[in-house]
Design a protein around this ligand. Structure first.
Ligand code: NAG
Ligand code: NAG
Ligand code: NAG
Length: 256
């Protein structure tokens, strides 16, 4: 029995060790550890399975925390995208008296529909792993807009603002999928959960967006969930007139 305390402290040391050990091999992080341990559980669960996992969108459900937003009653899940880009802000001056104002966003959207249908526990971790990665933002052609991501996903479209109040999700890609356009307006918002990856100033809100004029296709609602980072500082102190905060989130598209 008297060896137990020593043994426990050794465990404590060795769980901390991989952080340094793997540094040269790849960007090891606690987040990746959690991610790969879940991947491993899925592999163990599925490796003797004879049934392909498939990709049925009807299996898709929103993360439970999104129940704080209006439910997609009567609508069907269509696609799920991982978004990675910037939230843009402006500052009237660079003093602590002014507050950053939201000024649109730009993001690449990657098709994670199959992942959402089969491995939602993995998908919800992805924004935390990629929000600060150095993915180029100007990827406009299909296919294989490679994202630094422990999953194979294809470019699905682009998110930007059509005008100051209209988030657009354009799923027509030069040389790739032509899946139409979800033109939206903000119809609901809840603070990101306290567990969200905050980055420098916090994670942007979870959103319920509804389709508006200009939509092409069956899109009726888009949810922004699993947000990581993207919030601005509380005040404009020391900020330039325009600045961007990197963010990532998952976007769930519903239609009829
Ligand atoms: C937002 O910032 C990006 C750079 O990340 C820029 O390309 C884009 O034009 C900006 N969009 C708006 C609406 O200001
Ligand atoms: C994000 O990346 C930048 C440079 O790429 C780095 O300086 C910064 O420390 C990173 N932030 C976090 C929270 O990982
Ligand atoms: C997303 O991927 C699924 C599975 O490959 C595919 O059926 C669907 O058409 C894709 N959606 C878009 C918008 O690219």
């Amino acid at each position: 029995m008297r060896f137990l305390p020593t043994f426990l402290s050794l465990v404590a040391v060795s769980t901390a060790a991989p952080t340094n050990f793997f540094d040269d091999a790849y960007d090891f992080s606690e987040g990746l550890l959690d991610y790969y341990s879940k991947v491993s559980q899925h592999i163990n669960r599925l490796r003797h399975s004879k049934t392909p996992v498939g990709c049925d969108a009807f299996k898709i459900t929103l993360p439970s925390y999104a129940s704080g937003l209006k439910a997609p009653d009567g609508l069907s899940p269509m696609y799920v995208a991982i978004g990675r880009g910037t939230q843009n802000y402006t500052c009237a001056d660079s003093t602590s008296k002014s507050t950053p104002a939201a000024a649109g966003a730009v993001a690449n959207l990657y098709n994670a529909t199959c992942m959402a249908a089969n491995f939602p526990d993995l998908l919800e971790l992805i924004p935390n792993l990629i929000w600060n990665s150095s993915v180029p933002l100007d990827v406009s052609t299909f296919p294989r807009a490679k994202i630094q991501l422990p999953a194979n996903v294809d470019l699905m479209g682009h998110h930007f603002f059509y005008d100051a109040t209209t988030p657009e999700f354009n799923l027509n890609i030069a040389g790739g999928g032509q899946y139409g356009i979800a033109m939206t307006k903000k119809s609901g918002s809840i603070d990101a959960p306290s567990t969200a990856t905050k980055g420098t100033y916090g994670a942007v809100a979870w959103l319920y967006l509804t389709a508006t004029t200009g939509t092409v296709g069956k899109y009726k609602a888009v949810y922004r969930v699993d947000t990581a980072s993207g919030s601005p500082p509380d005040t404009c102190e020391g900020q330039p007139a325009e600045f961007q905060m990197k963010y990532s989130a998952n976007y769930y598209f519903f239609g009829n």
